[in-house]
Write a protein that binds this ligand. Structure first.
Ligand SMILES: [Zn+2]
Length: 241
């Protein structure tokens, strides 16, 4: 673990947790990182902008897709962090996901029972959607979605007036503009920032960003077609009795 848990694996700068611009790979997804050596995995936050210019981009997206589909191998080799020994384990998530749309660099997976989807677009990044979010995309609803407050540990202190800042001012102060291209000019984006304890620390903040759900056109097209084919029921969650 690095000093700042909110930092990007690639550039080591802060990630703000903005849907469509960054996301986290969690350890139990077991996404392999063959560029790090046999049996290694990748875990942590990633700016999509960093992934796009990364030398391991193609290998990363192949492994991310493989973690969801289980292909080509349902069993993978992992290196034990302590002993260094290699062991074979089954992929954890492959059974619950069903590929529903594929194309060059595109994979959309569904969990039909839970009405959840994951879309991976190698020219962009990836997104995990619940039934409400998928319905918004199908309806081409680009109004901002409430982000909810996330606790972030920034890599530097902010001035007290940061609670009044716009997203653009925050990106400028943190030198993050290149990591979040287009975020400041996206219509409807708004930000609320609070210090956890400003008298003690001005880099521990609670940050909420309301951002529209923006996805690549071909991802949006899949959900619009699903709505056209199956109607609103495609996005209705049926709870078990
Ligand atoms: Zn980065």
């Amino acid at each position: 673990m690095s000093m700042y848990e909110d930092e990007c694996v690639i550039c080591k700068q802060t990630t703000l947790g903005v849907t469509g611009w960054d996301d986290v790979i969690i350890g139990r997804q077991l996404v392999l990182a063959p560029w790090e050596g046999e049996g290694e995995t990748i875990e942590g936050n990633l700016h999509f902008a960093c992934v796009q210019s990364w030398s391991h981009k193609d290998a990363f997206f192949n492994e991310l897709a493989a973690a969801y589909t289980g292909a080509p191998d349902a069993t993978i080799t992992l290196r034990d962090r302590h002993s260094g020994e290699l062991t074979s384990v089954p992929r954890p998530t492959s059974e619950s996901y069903e590929p529903v749309c594929t194309g060059p660099g595109l994979l959309i997976l569904a969990q039909p029972e839970e009405k959840r989807w994951t879309a991976i677009d190698a020219d962009w990044g990836w997104i995990r959607l619940d039934h409400r979010e998928a319905a918004r995309i199908a309806a081409d609803d680009r109004s901002p979605v409430e982000g909810g407050f996330a606790r972030l540990s920034l890599d530097r202190d902010l001035p007290l007036e940061a609670t009044e800042w716009s997203v653009g001012e925050l990106l400028d102060h943190l030198d993050l503009e290149p990591r979040y291209p287009g975020l400041r000019t996206t219509p409807g984006v708004s930000m609320e920032l609070y210090f956890k304890a400003p008298e003690k620390s001005r880099h521990a903040v609670r940050l909420a960003l309301d951002v529209p759900l923006l996805v690549p056109d071909r991802v949006r097209a899949y959900f619009m077609q699903l709505l056209a084919d199956e109607g609103p029921d495609a996005f209705k969650l049926v709870l078990p009795d």
